[in-house]
Design a protein around this ligand. Sequence first.
Ligand code: CO8
Length: 375
Amino acid sequence: MRSVVISGAGVFTPQEVITNDELVEAFNAYADKQNAEHAEEIAGGHRDPIPHSSAEFIFNASGIERRHVMNKSGILNPDMMHPQLRQRDDEEHGIMTEMAIEAATEALARAGKAPSEVDAVICAASNHERAYPAIAIEIQEALGIQGFGFDMNVACSSATFGIQAASDMIRSGSANCILMVNPEICSGHLEWRDRDCHFIFGDVCTAVVLEEKEQAVSHTLFEVLSTRCLTQFSNNIRNNNGFLRRSRPSGTEDRRDMQFMQNGRKVFKEVLPIVSGLIRDHCEDEGIDPKSLDRLWLHQANKSMNDFIGKKVLGRTPEPHEQPNILQDYANTSSAGSIIAFAKNHEDFPENGIGIICSFGAGYSVGNVIVKRLS
Ligand code: CO8
């Protein structure tokens, strides 16, 4: 059986940043305006006023301090409350491809690979900016990669499911070197007018190069020892937007369910045991004591969630370097979160050390990638 390694990772971080204070100021201005517009209905008891958001609540409930976004001005404009992104011509690169080129260029440089040595592209993300042609094929063309490309979506678990798909293809011989990219423009489908979730997401793009071990030239290699994916249907994280929208009577309305919706409390409670159980079972099936894992590069949605999982898996409170968090700077970037954590926190990882990249989210979905540092 051929062995698979991660030989390079890259992160494209958008320049624009929104702090919790800036976010809350814009939200509260929007709330005040709405409440003033509907003052009579509110006074008559026919409508609830929109309460103010709070930076203190956001930090305490999630651990998030700021987020990077592709466009800040639209999100912070109380008359708009969503990003404003320039429409590209069909002849130009799309915005997801632009982000992917940056992250992929870094990942390829770290792997020491030219695009001509890559033979497939997987674009794994929570949303794709169009239905077709596949974003992956546009990325493939933009970078000058031969072979094939395809898009896939398993929400927050897209990247780990993408790593499993790539690893299986490399092991079976249908590809030798695969670029797996995760351009996540979460700001496009977050409802910035909803106080319960307006602070959750940010934008980013990550990329990982996976290849057959014998052909890898990078000095930093992580062998993919084993992957495991699990899904279990739940409506607790849902988005009803889709290609049938115009065929429905209310298709043109500005409906709440056209953006990200979640029952955060239920997600929190229900997902935690699934994740810690899958990590434990997966490790044990591979003959690895979960308590001996050297690092957990976890999905980045909520600090308390990660603290809980870290403690459950290791049987003690992890040291900060054993379970690195990046969500304070990036917020939840969906599938890219665990890959940012890995990309920014693997240089100091010990040789022969074993760690796990784990993501979880809508579906529900959970993806594990157990890795061992070779060099
Ligand atoms: N400011 C002040 N107060 C607030 C705010 C706010 N912004 N928001 C809520 N409150 C209030 C509530 O009204 C409530 O008040 P009361 O007790 O009087 O009713 C109180 O604070 C507590 O509210 P919650 O119970 O909602 O707060 P929680 O402690 O549960 O924290 C969290 C909310 C942070 C959302 C938490 O539940 C959480 O992190 N849950 C897990 C979420 C998660 O992991 N989701 C994964 C989704 S991501 C995914 O799978 C990818 C989907 C595809 C990407 C989509 C991109 C857009």
